[in-house]
Write a protein that binds this ligand. Structure first.
Ligand code: HEC
Length: 136
């Protein structure tokens, strides 16, 4: 009986430690190589960027913030933090990688291939978030 309690207790401790670790140290988000190399078929012209901005305002601002700084109003409720989209680390990723992350999601980041099933919408978003880098 004592053993069972000890076993359950240590399982709890293990879960708490791993949770805390994951929150403190966000794991690198590895994108499969074939996705990183995917070319962006949508030209980043004014029309695409405007469409991306409208989608971003509707679907992303609550977490990522108006300027992509990761300071949206929902952030205090999240376990993981959205990255600063103006940063070099973010902007140095390929369009294919960003497209993959928007489609697949991870933890608090929703899987947008469900809510935004059109590839073009997600490429427009990629084109729009690129503009956050250009301002730096
Ligand atoms: C509910 C909050 C939430 C919403 C809404 C949301 N995101 Fe995120 N997003 C996150 C979080 C948290 C992360 C970090 C996830 C991780 O690293 O596990 C993230 C990560 C990302 C990344 C990868 C960042 C990196 O550093 O590589 C991209 C790209 C992204 N989001 C784009 C978007 C776009 C575009 C939208 C809207 C269509 C959106 N997100 C909506 C919370 C959100």
């Amino acid at each position: 009986m004592k053993k069972a309690i000890l076993c359950i207790l240590s399982a709890f401790v293990f879960i708490i430690i791993t949770e805390a670790f994951q929150t403190a140290q966000q794991q690198p988000w590895v994108v499969p190589e074939k996705n990183t190399k995917m070319a962006n078929p949508v030209k980043a012209d004014a029309k695409s960027i405007a469409a991306g901005k409208a989608l971003f305002t509707k679907n992303c601002v609550d977490c990522h913030g108006k300027k992509g700084l990761g300071d949206g109003s929902k952030v205090p409720e999240l376990k993981t933090t959205p990255a600063d989209m103006t940063s070099q680390a973010f902007q140095s990723q390929t369009d294919g990688s960003l497209f993959y992350k928007i489609a697949e999601g991870r933890k608090d980041m929703p899987k947008f291939k469900k809510d935004l099933p059109e590839d073009e919408d997600r490429w427009n978003l990629v084109n729009y978030v690129r503009s956050f880098g250009a301002k730096k």
